[in-house]
Unconditional design. Structure first.
Length: 421
């Protein structure tokens, strides 16, 4: 149990950090202020500030986020009557605004806020020490910080460093960078798996024949090269899989090359259930190779193979309908982590790469609140040559987020019933 929990936290943490670091890095490069980089959700455990960004660790290890200036910053709107304390610098401008009841600033100026502008003109005004006879206005420094209600200290978000102030191509790249990092992680981890395993499937038409299989009974032998299936030329393992899977229960002629000579066999692929209905199988496996170059290239080949499989599954869901059983949430990932942890380190790495690839692809689906939905809105802005109204974009994102949360609740409940009852 402890091993599974620790493995789950590490795997989930790596996925979140890698994904969010993509957004973080390209936002910084685009001149967008990243106010907070959070690992985990919920109440804050630890916070550390450096180079205008506050790095926080939160109690629930089920996600994370990068908080960019101009996005979801409603907390900065200091409502009239809000009690705060101010720290001013040598230039006379406010350096820190404390809006937290749990944090006390020495030498802070207590005021009751009447109005504030922390985006454009940068000022805050109110009654000092409860004296309502005189309204005072304080200039706020461009790089000032605000201590929020939960005690988290972040930079204020002036207009010039907000997300919408960046160029359109920079915003698209920032939105895409999270999934991109997940693809890179999958490639790197699969390459590491290939190196650690010592042997990986060779993407060739040379095969290993499974005992008591259709292929074995027809006369095929291990190390044969299948060069033609039903008249179709096959040069690699992908060709073989694709061609044979299309012929369930159909008599098929196969030409193999063995010791420099060609042999022809006739067999009928076994019909088995697949994602898109019945598929054909004859009982062959890809030949393994120990070549170091192939083991490193396994990062690319396995990522590409699984990518095509995931897109095929998504296509099947679109054409045949979507079921909640097609999804898996944190509970499903926990169960898979438990199984992988029992099988060893390389199994955990394989699961990490697969989850990273899934996360990258799913995040690119053009649904509001996902990265793909944000990119779609960016492209719509490019076509219209003007940004969408913030209110409209906010409503679209809020609806998308609500639907995602509803789906997450349904998936989690379904996972609990599926795995524990």
């Amino acid at each position: 149990m402890i091993q599974t929990i620790i493995t789950f936290i590490i795997v989930f943490g790596i996925l979140v950090i890698v994904h969010e670091f993509g957004h973080f890095y390209f936002a910084k490069k685009s001149g967008i202020l990243v106010r907070e980089f959070s690992i985990g959700m919920g109440p804050k455990i630890y916070a550390y500030s450096k180079n205008a960004t506050t790095y926080t660790l939160r109690i629930l290890p089920i996600g994370g986020y990068v908080r960019m200036a101009g996005l979801e910053d409603a907390d900065d709107d200091l409502k009239p009557g809000t009690p705060v304390s101010l720290i001013t610098g040598e230039n006379g401008k406010v350096q820190t605004i404390n809006a937290s009841h749990s944090t006390t600033l020495l030498n802070g100026i207590p005021i009751e806020v009447t109005k504030s502008d922390l985006e454009n003109e940068l000022w805050i005004e109110g009654y000092e020490n409860g004296d309502e006879s005189e309204l005072k206005r304080y200039e706020v420094d461009h790089d000032a910080s605000i201590i929020e209600a939960d005690g988290t200290k972040v930079r204020i978000a002036p207009k010039d460093v907000q997300f919408q102030s960046a160029k359109l191509w920079q915003r698209i790249l920032t939105n895409f960078a999270g999934p991109m990092n997940n693809f890179i992680l999958a490639i790197v981890v699969f390459a590491l798996v290939g190196i650690l395993q010592g042997a990986v499937p060779a993407n060739s038409n040379q095969v290993t024949v499974v005992p008591d299989s259709v292929a074995k009974k027809a006369g095929l032998k291990s190390d044969d090269r299948i060069i033609r299936v039903a008249g179709t030329k096959t040069t690699d393992w992908t060709d073989l899989q694709t061609t044979i899977s299309k012929r369930p229960g159909q008599k098929t002629t196969i030409v193999v090359q063995r010791n420099g000579r060609q042999h022809q066999y006739t067999l009928t692929p076994k019909s088995v259930k697949g994602n898109d209905g019945k598929v054909g199988q004859i009982g062959i496996e890809s030949k393994m190779t120990r070549n170091l170059g192939s083991r490193i290239a396994y990062g690319f080949t396995e990522t590409w193979k699984l990518t095509t499989m995931i897109f095929a599954l998504l296509g099947h869901m679109v054409t045949h309908g979507v079921s909640v059983n097609d999804f898996g949430g944190p509970v499903a990932i926990y169960v898979q982590t438990s199984a992988a942890a029992k099988l060893g380190f390389t199994s955990v790495l394989t699961m990490l790469a697969y989850l990273s690839l899934n996360l990258g692809i799913v995040n690119l689906i053009p649904i509001p609140a996902l990265d793909g939905g944000k990119i779609l809105l960016n492209f719509i802005e490019g076509i219209r040559r003007k940004p969408m109204k913030p209110e409209t974009e906010g409503i679209i994102t809020l609806v998308g987020f609500g639907l995602l949360m509803l789906l997450m609740v349904l998936v989690t409940w379904n996972d609990i019933q599926r795995y524990f009852f």
